[in-house]
Design a protein around this ligand. Structure first.
Ligand code: NAI
Length: 212
């Protein structure tokens, strides 16, 4: 059986991937674990421990081969596959996601948006069509959809998510401010709450003010 990797480790992987990508762009071919640790402000032992979960990738006295490590972490994160995304709710946030080109470089392709507002029918965002919600079932039958992003009001998020699961979509990227409760084991949900991050920032602002 494959060893279960902790979510804490998985959450650190994208950051490794990003730093290694920047090193690659700068033409760096290899890096010692100390240099990587200084750049990333994490201890070398943390990096070693994290990577050892996947068999380790460094060599004593050599450090890490940047391209190899970048590619391997990419594979761990499933970035060697293309993921087709549909966006449910073509308002401000849905359109902003569709307008962001760089997701495609990571293999995430937004292939359609859906909305209930007839005023949006026929509109495109960066060439991606906005469909009406009643076209969702047929669209999912005719196209490979891997991920659904929910950028719609929270009141309808839960029922929409259940419907998406019934349509065979097993990954939900949830922006609606609600904790989705989906009982199916094989359904994965990633909640994104920008306001949580802002509240954390606010806490630190207040903390600094108190220390002055
Ligand atoms: P918006 O009002 O611009 O867009 C919402 C869109 O959803 C509208 O076009 C509306 O017609 C559509 N819609 C309504 N019911 C629908 C349904 N049943 N199916 C499909 N589409 C439907 O709102 P905005 O600013 O784009 O925000 C969208 C959602 O994302 C809200 O729930 C908001 O609270 C949330 N949000 C979350 C953030 C986060 O960090 N998690 C950040 C910003 C917004």
């Amino acid at each position: 059986m494959e060893k279960e990797i902790s979510q804490a480790v998985i959450r650190r992987m994208p950051r490794y991937y990003r730093y290694l990508g920047e090193l690659l762009d700068d033409g760096v071919e290899r890096i010692s674990s100390n240099d990587l640790s200084n750049r990333m402000c994490v201890t070398a032992s943390q990096i070693r421990q994290d990577l050892n979960n996947f068999g380790g990738f460094g060599q004593q006295g050599y450090g890490y081969n940047v391209k190899y490590l970048h590619d391997e972490i990419g594979k761990i994160l499933g970035l060697d596959q293309t993921h087709n995304i549909i966006v449910i709710g073509a308002g401000n946030l849905g359109q902003a996601l569709a307008n962001y080109v760089k997701f495609e470089r990571l293999g995430f392709r937004i292939i359609a948006l859906f909305d209930v507002n007839p005023a949006l029918q026929g509109m495109t965002v960066r060439g991606i069509k906005v469909h009406m919600l009643d076209e969702l079932d047929d669209f999912c039958k005719e196209n490979q959809v891997d991920i659904a992003a929910l950028t719609m009001p929270k009141e309808k998020a839960s029922i929409t998510a259940s419907h998406l699961v019934d349509l065979g979509i097993h990954a939900i990227w949830n922006f609606a401010h609600v904790d989705l409760e989906l009982s199916q084991q094989d359904v994965v949900v990633e909640n994104v709450h920008l306001s949580d991050s802002l509240m954390q920032l606010s806490y630190n602002i207040v903390k600094n003010q108190k220390q002055k």
